[in-house]
Design a protein around this ligand. Structure first.
Ligand SMILES: NC(=O)c1ccc[n+]([C@@H]2O[C@H](COP(=O)([O-])OP(=O)(O)OC[C@H]3O[C@@H](n4cnc5c(N)ncnc54)[C@H](O)[C@@H]3O)[C@@H](O)[C@H]2O)c1
Length: 257
């Protein structure tokens, strides 16, 4: 019993997030929802936000019903005023922001280059790349002031290996990796760690809206949202204090880089 107690204490010391405040964007569905739930289940004070207000309210209800701490906000990551209001709500409720998970994103829709007209290019880059920048812009001053923080940006295997469609999606996700690495270099001496998770094919609404069946033939294994959430939790934890500027890619061995 004493040994078991010691093991629990070790797990708590390395991976427990009690008292840490985490903002998760895109928390209304799929991977973001799993991240919000897993962070809360490890003791974090979670702000779950999403452009889909009803979805994220339902996620918050689920988390509360399990006895964990969460608040929620309807927030479009392309709108700086909504981001500011969400960050303000978080600080008012919890006092600070320790962890930022940039997960919210939109899909490309399987478009070939001829279909990626300038408006479509701008729409997707504005959400999937500028949206990540926007939240960093608002949260980093808070982390700088206290000289600590963890930022985890969700990229994609498409940002590493490319795809045979959706150049804008791949370009945005590659951009998220570049943004992560440069921020990690710039903020490392201020004890702000910035890392990426680049999911492989994972069973969510986005994956089903894409070409699910053909994709299953390419990626021999499909992950669950919790497989991605586990990587985020690790990067948010004390156990990952020496990780910065890294890309973790839970993908079941479908690709390696
Ligand atoms: N599912 C996969 O196979 C896969 C693979 C690689 C990367 N990803 C990435 O994982 C992340 C989560 O995707 P998912 O598969 O869970 O998809 P999903 O569609 O289930 O969830 C995406 C969430 O982002 C939200 N969102 C979209 N636009 C937004 C905006 N402007 N502001 C705020 N929120 C917005 C959506 O409302 C939704 O709740 C995304 O960054 C995605 O690019 C997913």
């Amino acid at each position: 019993m004493a040994l078991k107690q010691k093991m629990m204490e070790n797990a708590y010391r390395f991976f427990g997030l009690e008292g840490k405040t985490a903002i998760v964007t895109g928390a209304g569905n799929g991977i973001g929802k799993a991240i919000a739930k897993m962070l809360a289940s490890l003791g974090a004070n979670v702000m779950a936000c999403d452009i889909e207000g009803d979805s994220v309210a339902a996620v918050a209800d689920e988390i509360v019903s399990e006895g964990y701490k969460v608040i929620h906000s309807k927030c479009d990551i392309t709108k700086l005023d909504e981001i500011r209001a969400t960050v303000k709500q978080t600080v008012a409720a919890y006092g600070t922001v320790d962890i930022l998970v940039n997960c919210g994103a939109t899909m490309g829709g399987g478009k070939k280059i001829a279909e990626v007209h300038p408006e479509e290019w701008n729409r997707l880059i504005t959400t999937n790349l500028t949206g990540v920048y926007n939240f960093c812009w608002e949260v980093i001053p808070i982390m700088r002031e206290k000289q600590s923080g963890k930022i985890i940006n969700i990229s994609s295997e498409a940002g590493i290996a490319g795809e045979d469609c959706d150049i804008h999606y791949s370009a945005a996700k590659a951009g998220v990796i570049g943004l992560t690495k440069s921020l990690a270099r710039e903020l490392g001496h201020e004890k702000i760690n910035v890392n990426c998770v680049a999911p492989g094919f994972t069973e969510t609404r986005m994956a089903h809206e894409w070409e699910f069946e053909p994709a299953l033939k390419i990626f021999w294994k499909i992950g669950q949202p919790e497989d991605q959430a586990a990587a985020v939790v690790f990067l948010a934890s004390e156990a990952a204090n020496f990780f910065s500027g890294q890309v973790l890619s839970p993908n079941g061995g479908a690709y390696m880089f």
